[in-house]
Ligand binder design. Structure first.
Ligand code: FAD
Length: 473
């Protein structure tokens, strides 16, 4: 048992980006406020990083999880700069601004400007005209947690839902818009509707404000549009694991890998965190693990919270990395990649053209790397096919959807049984009841609650660090 001395102690459970950044913020904020706090990070796996898995193999660098983060939000960038890691960053190539949707047998480029978007034939003419009807669409009843599908159907029409929102939700959550909550997944859109009475009105007002700000010399941050999120996708030259490895190195001797936490129990001085081989006596605990793990750990100490958290479902995913000889491809793919609407009934969610997003850093010069995403909320079978079947599925689907018939010279596979949490209708209420019922000294962090992007995880970890420090006596 690791026991108490005159320092305060905080345990962080889970060494993904959420847990490691929470540990970092706890230590930083404690130092700034003159508190003596020891932080221990406890991780089930033998390695740190969670979904951050940068694999070097056969001359390729393949990400099993995230590709990078957007620089238009401050949280990850600030953390990277604070760590002095600016030189390790790798912004994506300009080509990455070109995003596509596979629809009705071909790839359609998503156009950023409203005029070009209206000219593109991703949507039929009635589908495009229906968007204008958004100006007259009935509002979401106040306080109602509506699904993404219901919202899109009512405001923008069935075709926008099928051909644009559905693949976008696949790209972010590998999710199903018929089940997912607007307020939990896209709070900003819910807020825009509420404040401005509609999306077109909101966009027009924001565009006018940006124009005014630009005129008066203020810096204007890139905004999202129909072609994708604003900002530059940014990674690290050596892959995203650079960040989690670096954070872990800040806590050497206090990162306990291969140590799955089974429970936290209260004792007279604080909390005991139990693993199969160790016990940690601490004053506060930050849980930065997936929802089902958090529910298991809290089963004794916070039954009501555990029950609420346990209702958060996950989508499974497989990521198949395929490497090709450049000479075997007529034209190497140029752009970010593409997503596929579920109405197309393909066996993949989409593909990312990694060598085009990060040229020179992910594949040898004479080779090309593509990552194929498989699974999601509606497909719990394909990600678990055996390796050969999975590669064959990816290959066949690339042939149909992007006309890539060449044989890969390299393949690698990652499988995530619980890849991404799904914020279904009622998510925010469940989260509130879980947090309200948590005993003092326990704090929730991680991607299961308020955003799945890396930026969201880092932002929430900073808030969790603040909360945990505030609980110290
Ligand atoms: C395929 C894929 C692609 C993605 N692409 C992007 C992207 O491009 N950009 C982006 O912003 N986001 C992306 N995301 C989302 C983002 O990667 C995740 O939301 C984020 O990495 C989650 O971090 P986390 O620390 O909250 O959770 P995790 O990374 O899941 O970490 C949780 C940690 O807790 C550990 N753990 C579990 N149970 C226990 C226990 N009982 N005791 C101790 N430890 C335990 C786990 O082993 C794990 O290390 C992607 C996700 C996936 C799966």
């Amino acid at each position: 048992m690791i026991s108490r001395d005159h320092k305060s102690r905080i345990a962080v459970i889970g060494a993904g980006i959420s847990g490691l950044s929470a540990a970092y913020f706890i230590r930083k904020k404690a130092r700034l406020s003159g508190k003596r706090v020891q932080v221990d990070v406890i991780e089930k796996e033998a390695h740190v990083g969670g979904k951050f898995t940068s694999r070097r193999e056969g001359g390729f660098l393949v990400e099993g999880g995230p590709n990078g983060f957007l620089d238009s939000k401050p949280w990850t960038m600030d953390l990277v700069r604070d760590l002095g890691m600016g030189d390790a960053l790798l912004p994506s190539d300009e080509a990455a601004a070109r995003r596509f949707i596979y629809s009705r047998g071909k790839l359609h480029e998503l156009k950023a400007s409203p005029v070009s978007f209206f000219k593109s034939n991703l949507l039929s003419l009635p589908g495009r005209l229906r968007i204008v009807g958004e100006l007259f669409a009935p509002a979401t009843p106040p306080g109602k947690d509506t699904t993404l599908a219901e919202f899109a159907r009512r405001r923008l029409g069935e075709e926008v839902l099928e051909r644009m929102l559905d693949p976008m939700v696949s790209g972010i959550f590998a999710g199903d818009p018929e089940r997912m909550s607007l307020r939990a997944c896209f709070p900003r859109i819910a807020e825009l509707e509420e404040t401005h009475g509609g999306l077109i009105r909101a966009l027009m007002r924001i565009a006018a404000e940006r124009k005014k700000a630009k005129k008066s010399g203020q810096e204007v941050v890139a905004s999202s549009g129909p072609s994708g999120p604003g900002g530059v996708l940014t990674s690290f030259k050596e892959g995203v694991s650079t960040l989690t490895d670096r954070l872990a190195s800040e806590f050497s001797g206090h990162v306990h890998t291969g140590n799955g936490v089974s429970s936290v129990v209260r004792d007279s001085n604080g909390w005991i965190v139990r693993t199969s081989s160790q016990e940690f006596a601490v004053d506060a605990v930050v849980l930065a693990v997936p929802a089902d793990s958090a529910a298991g750990i809290l089963a004794e100490a916070a039954r009501q919270s555990a029950r609420a958290i346990n209702q958060i479902p996950y989508s499974p995913m497989a990521v198949v990395g395929l490497g090709y000889d450049i000479g075997d491809l007529g034209e190497p793919p140029h752009g970010f990649g593409y997503l596929i609407p579920s109405v197309e009934r393909r066996k993949i969610l989409g593909a990312l053209w990694t060598s085009s997003i990060f040229p020179n850093y992910r594949s040898p010069d004479d080779r090309v790397l593509i990552r194929v995403m498989i699974g999601g909320a509606r497909d719990h079978t394909t990600p678990f096919l055996d390796d050969a079947e999975l590669v064959e599925t990816a290959r066949t689907e690339l042939s149909t959807t992007m006309g890539l018939h060449a044989q890969p010279v390299f393949t690698t596979i990652f499988r995530w049984e619980k890849a991404i949490p799904l914020y279904t209708v009622g998510h925010l209420e469940r989260l509130k009841s879980a947090e309200d019922a948590l005993p003092r000294g326990l704090v929730l962090a991680g991607n299961a609650f308020r955003g799945v992007g890396i930026n969201d995880c880092v932002r929430e970890s900073e808030a969790a660090a603040e909360k945990a420090l505030g609980m110290l006596r």
